[in-house]
Design a protein around this ligand. Structure first.
Ligand SMILES: [Zn+2]
Length: 285
């Protein structure tokens, strides 16, 4: 039976920089450790496993919370961890409570993880979808579906009311898509008309023309920062993969998602976790 591996890093590594929303500096240091199959974040002496039970969304991002301790904007880092199957380790956070934005994508996290290398520490749990699940949200055209599939695949469609994004679709598969080249470099994005509103809410303070693509009706305002013509839909898949990490298992299923967003990802995954069986790691392992 093919059981994927649990992995931790070979040695510690750190990354630092301002957060996307707070604009304040932080540093993450990832330490190799057997943490039982999911990364554990540590901030101000509070340890928070990266699992759905501690996750919530602030709308534009995914965060962890335990007691009064919050860790903000974890999704791009976790997407890199999903991409390389990094299951175990302690992620120590210092400075602000927000993970550094770096270039607004997952590529720098991924490059750092790959350059450090991995240590196998046994077999990972698998979450295999056996029953179909569909959820439609009443607002807009948002819809999530999942069904049985041998590997992991995500078909994503987005539709934005600005001509420069419009309707975009992309299909990712773990076996057929080169995550490093096709998904990880996709930067976060924003509509120009939303920026003032976000800033008024105290968000996007660390956003810049280098780490976020800005779209208006007249076009992409910072085209030199873009890696792809259909970057927004690729970034939505990146976000989805980051949130998927929180299921705490290697997921096998075909997801078909329309207009995804962090709060919906989390509620869909919570539902999925209740319904689907997580097969534990091979006891022989
Ligand atoms: Zn994102």
């Amino acid at each position: 039976m093919d059981f994927p591996e649990r992995k931790t890093l070979k040695t510690s590594l750190f990354l630092e920089g301002p957060g996307l929303h707070t604009g304040e500096k932080s540093r993450i240091t990832i330490h190799p450790e057997d943490t039982g199959g999911t990364l554990v974040f540590q901030y101000k002496d509070v340890k928070i496993p990266a699992v759905l039970e501690f996750a919530y969304s602030e709308g534009r991002s995914t965060c962890l919370k335990r007691d009064d301790c919050k860790i903000l904007t974890i999704e791009h880092f976790l997407a890199a961890c999903t991409g390389v199957f990094l299951t175990d380790g302690v992620v120590e956070l210092t400075g602000s409570g927000e993970i550094p934005a770096l270039d607004g994508s997952a590529v720098q996290f991924l490059a750092a993880l790959l350059s450090t290398g991995f240590e196998s520490i046994g077999h990972a749990s698998v979450l295999k979808i056996t029953d179909k699940l569909e959820v439609t949200w009443s607002s807009g055209n948002r819809r999530y579906r999942v069904r049985e599939h041998e590997g992991l695949a995500i078909r994503c469609v987005i539709e934005f009311p600005v001509a420069s994004i419009g309707r975009q679709s992309f299909t990712y598969s773990r076996e057929g898509t080169d995550f490093l080249r096709e998904i990880a470099p996709a930067k976060t994005f924003v509509l120009e008309k939303d920026i003032a509103h976000l800033r008024a809410k105290g968000l996007a303070k660390g956003g810049s023309e280098k780490n976020a693509l800005v779209y208006s009706d007249s076009g992409l305002l910072n085209p030199r920062a873009a890696a792809f013509r259909d970057e927004p839909v690729r970034h939505k898949i990146l976000d989805f993969l980051g949130d998927l990490y929180l299921l705490g298992a290697h997921v096998k299923g075909l997801f078909d998602v329309m207009a995804p967003g962090h709060p919906y990802n989390l509620s869909f995954f919570k539902l999925l976790k209740k319904k689907a069986a997580i097969r534990p790691a091979d006891p022989e392992g």
